[in-house]
Ligand binder design. Structure first.
Ligand code: ATP
Length: 359
C-alpha cells in the first residue's frame, strides 16, 4: 500500500531543470527524511511525490500504482505543511472533518476517526476551538490530525516543526516518532533542513545538495560513513573537523601525515588503493578526540571552552589550524593553556580534496 518509488524524475521550472533523473525507492512503513540546505530541492521532490508539481520526465509510483498523472487527492497521501494551512473560521473538529465530508464519508465514521486522531494527538479537549484560539504547537497537532483522519498510506511532511520554538519542536518531534511507531505500516516522507530531526526520526536519510542526491543511508551510515565532505560537514554538531594532510607509508602500513604528526591508518577500510603521497582530508568528529597526557596531537592551545552541561566543547588550535573537541572529561580546560589530544583512529573518515568523495 505505502511504498513510494521515484523513477528517473526531473522537474522543470520553465528553462530551469531540477534533478537529473532522480531515483528513490521507499518501502512501506519506512520513515524517510529528505535533508539538505535551502534550495537543495527537498520541497520540490516532496511536491512531485504529492502531485502538487508535475514531473517533466520520469514516473512516481505509490503503493504499486503509477500515479504520475493522478491528482494529489487520488494518490492515497496526506500532507502536513509548515504553515499548518488550517481553515481559520472552522473549529478544530470541522478542520479535521472537512476532507472526509468532501469525500462523502458517513457521519458516524467521520466522528469515529476524528475522535481517534484527537485522542492520539491529545487534542480532544480542543475540538471546539478555532485555530486563532490555539498555540502554534496545538495548531500543528491539528494539522497532523487532519492528515491522520484521512487514513492515508503515505504521510508527507514539509518542515512541519520549523515555526515552533525549540522546546515544542522537541516535544512534537517525539510525538511524530511515536505516531509513526503506532501506525505501523504508514510510510512517512519528511522534509527538513534540521539534521537533529533527520537523525532522530529517520529510518533512512536522503541527503540532497544542489538538487543532487549526495547519500542515502541510515542515520548511523550517514553519521559514521559520510559519502563525501558535504555530508560529513552538514550532519553533526559541532561539525566534523577536517584536517589537510597526505598519505604516507610506514613499513607497508598507510599513515596520515601532517608535518611531524602521523596517524596509523592500518585499520582504515579504503574504498580502493591508498593514494600514497597524495593530499587528502582527514575527517574526525569532535567526540572522537580526547584530552590525553600522552597523545598523538600535542602542543595545541585552548582558545574557547563551551560547557554544554553533559559535555564540553573545547576549541583549540596550533599554527596549522584549529580543531574542536567534545569531551565529558571532568578535567578543567582553561583558555590559553596547552593541550594534548589522542585520536580514535577507528573513527576517522578520509576524503579526496579534489572530488570531496570518501576514500
Ligand atoms: P527550502 O528549504 O528553502 O524550502 P528546498 O530544498 O525545499 O529549499 P526547493 O524549494 O525544492 O528547495 O527548490 C529547489 C530549486 O528549485 C531551487 O534552486 C529553487 O530556486 C528552484 N525553484 C523552486 N521553485 C521554483 C519555481 N516555482 N520557479 C523557479 N525555480 C524554482
Amino acid at each position: 500500500m505505502g511504498s513510494v518509488s521515484v523513477r528517473d524524475v526531473s522537474v522543470a521550472f520553465e528553462a530551469f531543470r531540477v534533478f537529473d533523473g532522480l531515483n528513490l525507492d521507499i518501502e512501506e512503513g519506512e520513515f524517510i527524511v529528505l535533508l539538505g540546505p535551502s534550495g537543495c530541492g527537498k520541497s520540490t521532490l516532496l511536491n512531485a511525490i504529492a502531485g502538487l508539481l508535475d514531473v517533466a520526465s520520469g514516473q512516481i509510483w505509490i503503493g504499486g500504482r503509477n500515479v504520475t498523472w493522478e491528482e494529489p487527492k487520488d494518490r492515497g497521501i496526506a500532507m502536513v505543511f509548515q504553515s499548518y494551512a488550517l481553515y481559520p473560521r472552522m473549529s478544530v473538529r470541522e478542520n479535521m472533518s472537512f476532507g472526509l465530508k468532501m469525500a462523502k464519508t458517513p457521519r458516524p465514521e467521520i466522528e469515529k476517526r476524528v475522535k481517534h486522531a484527537a485522542d492520539l494527538l491529545q487534542i480532544a479537549h480542543l475540538l471546539d476551538r478555532r485555530p486563532d484560539q490555539l498555540s502554534g504547537g496545538q495548531r500543528q497537532r491539528v494539522a497532523i490530525g487532519r492528515a491522520l483522519v484521512r487514513d492515508a498510506a503515505v504521510f508527507l511532511f514539509d518542515e512541519p516543526l520549523s515555526n515552533l520554538d525549540a522546546k515544542l519542536r522537541n516535544e512534537l518531534r517525539v510525538e511524530i516518532k511515536r505516531l509513526h511507531a503506532r501506525l505501523g505500516k504508514t510510510t512517512m516522507v519528511y522534509v527538513t533542513h534540521d539534521q537533529i530531526e533527520a537523525m532522530t526520526l529517520a529510518d533512512r536519510i536522503v541527503v540532497l545538495k544542489e538538487q543532487k542526491v549526495q547519500q542515502i543511508g541510515t542515520p548511523g551510515e550517514i553519521y559514521h560513513r559520510p559519502a563525501n565532505l558535504f555530508v560529513a560537514g552538514f550532519v553533526g554538531s559541532p561539525q566534523m573537523n577536517f584536517i589537510q594532510g597526505r598519505i604516507g607509508m610506514n613499513n607497508g602500513v598507510p599513515e596520515f601525515v601532517k608535518g611531524q604528526r602521523r596517524l596509523s591508518l592500518a585499520n582504515y577500510q579504503f574504498g580502493g588503493r591508498p593514494p600514497v603521497d597524495q593530499d587528502i582530508v582527514l575527517g574526525i568528529r569532535p567526540e572522537h578526540l580526547e584530552i590525553a597526557t600522552n597523545g598523538t596531537w600535542s602542543d595545541l592551545m585552548i582558545d574557547i571552552v563551551e560547557p554544554m552541561g553533559a559535555d564540553t566543547v573545547i576549541w583549540c588550535s596550533d599554527h596549522e589550524g584549529s580543531v574542536q573537541v567534545r569531551t565529558n572529561s571532568s578535567r578543567r580546560a582553561v583558555p590559553g593553556e596547552s593541550l594534548t589530544l589522542s585520536v580514535d583512529v577507528s573513527q576517522v573518515s578520509l576524503f579526496s580534496p579534489e572530488t570531496g568523495d570518501r576514500l
